[in-house]
Structure formats: C-alpha cells, structure tokens
Design a protein around this ligand. Sequence first.
Ligand code: GLN
Length: 291
Amino acid sequence: MTVSELIRASTEFLKEKNILEPRLSTELLLCHTLGCRRIDLYLQFDKPLLETELARFRESTRRRLRGEPVQYIVGETEFYGRPFHVTPDVLIPRPETELLCETVLEHIGKKFPDAAPVSILDIGTGSGNIPITLLLHAPGLRATGIDVSGKALDVARKNAERHQVADRLRLEKVDILEGDTDSLQTPFDIVVSNPPYVSADDFSDLQVEIRDYEPRVATTDESDGLTFFRAIADRAKHLLRHGGAVMLEIGMGQADAVQEIFTRKGLRPFHRQADLDGIDRILGFTYESKE
Ligand code: GLN
C-alpha cells in the first residue's frame, strides 16, 4: 500500500467512525509513524509502506478510535506557529489561548515599548505554552509559570529548553488555591491565566477526548467554574505592581460574573474580547493602587 492509498483509506475509515477531522488525524498519525513532516507526505505519495510502518500506523489509529486525542498520540501540538511537547499530564493548548497570547503581546507592545523589562506570571502554566510564546515574541520579558502539577512543570521545562527560553522562565510548583505564593518574586507587571474554568456540571457533558484523556485538574474546578477567578482576584493586589494587569481566558457565559469578581476587588476592566465564534473569551483588568 502506498502513502496516498493509505491516506485515502484511513480518512474514509475514520470518517465512518465519526472521528473529527479524519484527514488531518490521518496525516498527523502517518507523519508520526514515518517520522516526517506533513509536507513530506505529499512528496512521497507513491512510496510503498513497509509492513512494520503499517503495523505502527494501525496501532496509533486504534488509539485514536478509542477517543485519545491525536496530539497525545503523536506527543506534540502546534501553538502560535510553534511545536510544543504535550503529554496526558498537560492540557492540549487551544486556539482560544493563542488569542490570549496575542492580546497580551499587544498590551506589552503598548505599555512597554522598545523591549522595556516586563515581568509576567502565568497561573496554571501546563505545557508552558503561554509564557514560552510570550517570551519568544517579547524580548524584554521575564516570566514565571506556576502549576499545581510537578509533571506538568516537567513538560513546560522541556518546552522551554526546546525553544531556548529556559534562562528567562522560572517554573515553580505552587497551588494558587492554597495561596502559597510567598516564594514568588512579586510584584509582576502582568498576571495571565487560562485556568480550569469548566464547571463540574458541564464537565460530564464534554466530549470523550477531553473528559477521558485530558487532565481533569486542568479542566474543571469541580465547582461552578469560577473558583480560580476568585482566587486570582483575591491575590491580585499582592501579585501585581501599581498599574499592572490581569489578563484571562474565560469560558462561555462567564464574562459578567468574572468582571463582577474582579471589580469587587477594586480592579478596573479595560479589555473584553470575543473569539472567532463570537463568545467573550478574553478579559483584562488593571490594578491602580491609591497610593
Ligand atoms: N496554560 C495552559 C494553556 O493555556 C494550561 C491551562 C490549564 O491547564 N488550564 O493551555
């Protein structure tokens, strides 16, 4: 069987089994099997596959059919145009979070021009996709990423090394809900977070790829979905310097509630942005102390 024949057959098969994006899944799994880039598939369309390659491909297809996300099977994903290692210990970075990074970069460009020094804290850093992306685009930036999971921090460290920003990224195991933030080098100019904002009720309705494969602790707060926003708002004044900003990714329908949580703590809303589906997704607040 040749590369092109396999792509056609497998795409058809995954489609019948109602797997999302069957062609893309096929191509990514095949690249993983052959150790090549997607473009290389097109350059070797007529190449016959070895029996061992076919066996490996079939095994990864079986995993995909059981619902495992293709990103975990191949061990990486693309975020903001760059590859990031992912394991089942971290959430798979989403396009909505690219919007958060873009918004933060715009904010940095406006408030801290000419590569002025900026410090940022990412709460719940997972694979480290947010701070690493920001570090790659903002030369004056230094970042700290915290996470409750040591295994997630190992993945973030690997990604920081891969993208050669490890010397500008501190990674620390901190549970923001426990409030043990004394070890952090406060204050920061910006606090950013894409926290586990899915409520316990909504969690059970999620698709199998998320519910059964992505880390539960990175997805839901086991409550109303707002726990982490309350925790961040409670600590914002301790974490931020005067004039600093909190920039957040939020879930569908949470904008007003989150705004209320932060304004009650004395922060001022300055940014609200919808994603491509028209859902309010990014919120920004500033902290202007009275002194
Ligand atoms: N910061 C990571 C991301 O945005 C992980 C977020 C999380 O675990 N909730 O993708």
